[in-house]
Design a binder for this molecule. Structure first.
Ligand SMILES: Cc1cc2nc3c(=O)[nH]c(=O)nc-3n(C[C@H](O)[C@H](O)[C@H](O)COP(=O)(O)O)c2cc1C
Length: 183
């Protein structure tokens, strides 16, 4: 499959079969995250692979905020999760001085790692959905994340419940999203 085919065919999966995801595949997905580029090569991340019942239950609880709101009402059927935690970024002094912020690139870095992992999962025949919202305290307590290290997102991973033809992408028109040489 060409890379553009991969881009066109990837879509979020929110219904999973109960087939467990092989540990080797989860390692390969996390490896795609580990190899992602980052600003100053700071790698401001830790990826927590959750494939055991206790850790998965902690994630299922952690993606529910404010006593019931969640972006993932389908979470209980997810065979595995990867929780992406932002770490302090050892960026070059010039970056820290200019922006007054060592974390300037960290969320972008984690976003790139997330997509690398989603594509690797897809290449392995798996479906994924990123879950953006989580309760920081619950995540810390449930997964032993040190205080102050923020969870920036969770990737739900599993074999899709059904193999569907990809839908047409709902995206801005090319000319709205892209311009040449000027805004
Ligand atoms: C940062 C981020 C957070 C997201 N959070 C959720 C979520 O909580 N629940 C959900 O069902 N989908 C979530 N998604 C998936 C988006 O809704 C989805 O990527 C978007 O609608 C485009 O659809 P596609 O992934 O099928 O191409 C999230 C995606 C991103 C990148």
């Amino acid at each position: 499959m060409s890379f553009m085919d991969l881009v066109n065919r990837r879509e979020s999966c929110r219904a999973f079969s109960d087939k467990p995801v092989e540990r080797e595949k989860l390692i390969q997905i996390a490896e795609a995250g580990r190899l992602t580029p980052s600003g100053c090569n700071a790698q401001p991340w830790k990826f927590i692979v959750c494939d055991e019942p206790e850790a998965k239950a902690a994630v299922c609880d952690g993606v529910v905020v404010d006593g019931g709101k969640t972006g993932a009402p389908w979470r209980e059927s997810v065979p595995a999760f990867i929780v992406m935690v932002e770490l302090p970024a050892p960026v070059k002094p010039v970056i820290a001085e200019y922006y007054g912020d060592t974390q300037r690139f960290a969320q972008g870095d984690i976003g790139m790692a997330a997509l690398n992992m989603c594509y690797e999962a897809m290449d392995l025949g798996l479906g994924t959905c990123i879950i953006g919202m989580s309760d920081q305290k619950k995540m810390e307590e449930g997964l032993g994340i040190p205080e102050g290290y923020e969870c920036r997102g969770v990737i739900a991973i599993g074999y899709p419940a059904e193999v569907k033809e990809p839908r047409a992408k709902v995206r801005k028109a090319f000319d709205e999203a892209v311009s040449f040489n000027k805004f």
